[in-house]
Design a protein around this ligand. Sequence first.
Ligand code: ADP
Length: 393
Amino acid sequence: MNGVVLTLNAGSSSLKFAVFDSETASMTARISGKITGIGGEPFFAARDANGRALDKGLLETLDPSLDHEQLIALLFPWLEEHHGDRPLLAVGHRVVHGGQRFNEPTRISDEVLAALEAFVPLAPLHQPHNLAAIRAVSTWQPDLPQIACFDTSFHAGQRQLAKLFALPRALSNEGIIRYGFHGLSYEYIANILPDHLGELATGRVIVAHLGNGSSMCAIKNQQSVATSTGFTALDGLMMGRRCGNLDPGVVLYLMQVKGMTADAVTDLLYRQSGLLGVSGISNNMHVLQQSDDPHAREAVQLYCYRAASVLAGLIPAIGGLDALVFTAGIGENSTVVRAAICAQLEWLGIAIDPVSNDMNAVKISAAGSAVEVLVLPTNEEVVVASACRKLVA
Ligand code: ADP
């Protein structure tokens, strides 16, 4: 039966959605949109396949007290009005953590949902909202098939060495290993590499997903070989509010000497650190770039320095570098960040063309650069929609 599939991506303060036709492989959504500012000033916006803004109806003004589940409940009738006479056949969710058990898109049942609850402590910022969205759909239409697509799955095939921490083996055996995140974004980019790199697409590529959450993935033969995030999405790059790489001794000091509770440390590392913590101004890269404040400047510099260092650390996993891809909010838009990271990697033979970089062109490497440097918008929704289409086929 032809119909539509819905993708939902419930983040800490946002809910993104997209509606795709079920029977084609089209990457263009019929409708896409988001509710941002959840928990503060919620704002709804949606557009059609041609980019035209759609009327908001009852979602024009949203009560700030509404939580994710209540907002999803309001969104459903709006969607029904707008996806026309085509029936909704399935809903696909971005779910951040699939642990060791879920390595591919998985049909949701009560048992699966209960198993996914166990990963909430490993992704406290995202997993509860991902699961709340699943529950909201079940309440709305209990018989509608739902599928979970995991950010961890793309990394599941990495070799053991890339996954191990240098901890006693018993802990690794019980699942305290590096999982890696942003897998849906990396899968999308890996799939479109041949369109932009030709034969080099199967070569040695690092993708820098630089957004509010930031990470990097070393890819070879379009498969994940190593990534910067680990057991949780705290590891690796400095992020909007998260600290990235941190000496674990700092955590011990905060708890043992400063007497901080586990909850207080969680809040510090997940919500008060990163660009926000270092600048003392904002977690938003765009805001910091406009600021003359020396702490804002230092936060941007630290973000770029740490990104270049992490990138260099991933190269041994793939034995060199043929291409570097920037993606996500900062990667796709910040000429300053791309230029600063690449300038610190000149010793690798990376050279970017300033004019192409300023234009956010697809290819920003200079003629003669030893490494192709690309800017490719990511689209996690397409990966989730494709899993939904397989489910309903
Ligand atoms: P999320 O992880 O929430 O999906 P995004 O991928 O949307 O995040 O990225 C958000 C980040 O992208 C913010 O820090 C924002 O400031 C940054 N960003 C967006 N546009 C620009 C721009 N033109 N210049 C610099 N930073 C930008």
